[in-house]
Design a protein around this ligand. Sequence first.
Ligand SMILES: Cc1ncc(COP(=O)(O)O)c(C=O)c1O
Length: 378
Amino acid sequence: MIYLDHGATSYPKAPGVSAAVAQFIDEASGNPGRGGHQLTITASRAIEDARTAVADLLDADPERTLLGPSATFWLNTLLYGRLGPGDRVVTSALEHNSVMRPLRWLQARRGVDVVVVKGAASTGVPTPAEIQDAVDHRSTALVILTHASNVSGAVLPVEEVARRVAPTPVAVDGAQTAGTLPVAFSQSGLAAFICSGHKGLQGPSGTGIALLAEDFQIQPLIRGGTGSNSESEDMPPILPDLLEAGTPNGPGIAGLGTACTWLADRTVEAVQNHERALVERCITGMRAIPGLRLAGWVQDMAQTGVLSFTVDGEDIGELAAWLDRDRGIALRAGLHCAPAAHRRLGTFPTGTLRVGVGPQTTEDDIDALITALEDRCG
Ligand SMILES: Cc1ncc(COP(=O)(O)O)c(C=O)c1O
């Protein structure tokens, strides 16, 4: 199979990930932080080692590197924990539903003022000045932006936004960029960076990360056991315990730590260059195919390893099914959980076919896709 759906999740995982998952299950399945016996201590060590590997890769403070089930969980925790009646939140038109759905709920049920900055007609990418104009320092509690569109791969200028709107906190959904673009959180000026562990970071499903700046607090979405301060019926005030209630996904976290160590060795810059070259090769091939349209793409835009397209006269669902069945090429067709982005890019309601490359994708994989598209649509 030629797997080109890295925008959804990575496959295959980084070398060593499945062994680390199995090793945790076989040798470290105590409940971390709960009790003092050997198996619990081994589990705690494995989790803290993984936390350090994640924090080192993303240049963050390990104590403020929070591990949980998904980017969605942390985005919801952040939004429900920070926004209340009368608050304004500024966001882009390219957001995933893991940001848009909580925001629309907060708008309808808690009176939060949601301002969506439309951005450029061609790409939906807002300029820092457009975001700044939407920020009213008295009422704006948060700016939340995706770091890159999961539909088109377009990268947003999040650090420049943070500089311009300070002291308004800027939180970033880095689900599409962690592990594929270099991230140096401590230098970024961002209040929070949230990402999946299972996409660019090459870890197992069921893992997600929140990085919080020193002066940025969020309230827990869920409360429960932490193994610390057990005499109290309130959550412990210290991080990461405050925001990590319940037994963690030890096997997944151990796998994530191994994936981050592998990425650190290979370097994220090398992955970025590899993916960039593959995307350019793909775009060059696609632009020669009659009727094929790239969605939300302009020449020389900053882009991840993701791109989207449609083909005139082709049903994209059928095209995806044919690529899978006849050519063994896995792509995703549809709205990619980002209807707002498709509305902005003019591809709503049918959506696009999305290509997502990864560290182990090859030029031959891209050439096979282009040949298949030429055979079917050329
Ligand atoms: C931009 C973006 N944000 C958030 C998410 C949600 O990530 P997770 O699957 O880790 O909850 C995704 C995943 O598709 C995404 O692409």
